[in-house]
Design a protein around this ligand. Sequence first.
Ligand code: NAP
Ligand code: ZN
Length: 351
Amino acid sequence: MYQAKACSVASATAPFTRTTIERRDPGPRDVQLEILFCGICHSDLHQARNEWSGMPTVYPCVPGHEIVGRVTRVGAAVTKFAPGDRVGVGCMVDSDGSCPQCQEHFEQFCPGAVFTYNSPDRHTGKVTYGGYSDSVVVDERFVLRVPGNLDLAGAAPLLCAGITTWSPMRRQGVGKGQKVGVVGLGGLGHMGVKFARALGAQVVVFTTTAGKKADALRLGAHEVVVSRDAGEMGKHAGTFDFILDTVSARHDLGAYLHLLRRGGNLTLVGAPDEPHAVPAFGLILGNKSLSGSLIGGIRETQEMLDFCGEHGITSDVEVIPVQQIDQAYERLLRQDVKYRFSIDMASLRAG
Ligand code: NAP
Ligand code: ZN
């Protein structure tokens, strides 16, 4: 075991404080990395504040699952990585590797999946601690390669916001000739816009924040709709092949089902604890479908990173020091994020 620096919360209402945590020394198949940047996902806020009734938070909690850094040590049996490599770690750090979910590259659904934080840690007997830290040790199967041309601060959010929006778009065959909607222009939403555009779709952003219109167009949207305006919404009725809903709070799904064409799909990735109301006729009339999607498997995450390398895609980030995590959380709640916070871990090392 060794001591790593980290930022943790002690309760659902406590501010972040600097602390030290125990990490395991790298075993034969482990990679140790120096964390350079970690994105702030709205899921970090849900978990730190114990907002998910199905996944109670164990305190102290060290969030963070959008991790990029450099490899510092590797175990003797590691074959894919060497010290100095630029790497990433997303929402998972382990799985059983043998169940049908793992064999079909859906490690996130493995009954033995270990998530990057707030998951039982068989090495320490505590819970896993995430990326708001200066280093981490992860089984090499869960370490991703970050293409050399990508800015690391902007690449960090690809490890969750990136894969979470990429995966359902690939599953739905998003591409040329399709009209795609993205609901909510935050961390996930802005990545959804970039991917839908890069895949060749006609992209429409739905936002509650009229002030984000110019940014949405700059990020790649062809059109922007202020979703509180019923007239603007009505113009798009029955026209969308696919809508990706990234909203972090309960809202009216019927309004978006109404915009799908016959056979169209609305996929939820936003994860409020409160249930949504779903109007049966919103689905029945037009053979429409409503789906959900959880991050993505490791193979698909690498494919997404490689696509980002080829197309020069990163997240638009506001880089902050660890001292500003609490303010960043407050700004997330005010929908004031442009469009992901990325924590510079040099600020943790310095103190
Ligand atoms: P975020 O950066 O805070 O963005 C969420 C956006 O949703 C906001 O910027 C806002 O966009 C819109 N919004 C927020 N409250 C709203 C409300 N009351 N009504 C309508 N729109 C509202 O959050 P994020 O990091 O992108 O995460 C979004 C959600 O996805 C969270 O619930 C998170 O836990 C979840 N998530 C799920 C997965 C998965 O695997 N399924 C992975 C990561 C995150 P506008 O200002 O444009 O309206
Ligand atoms: Zn996330």
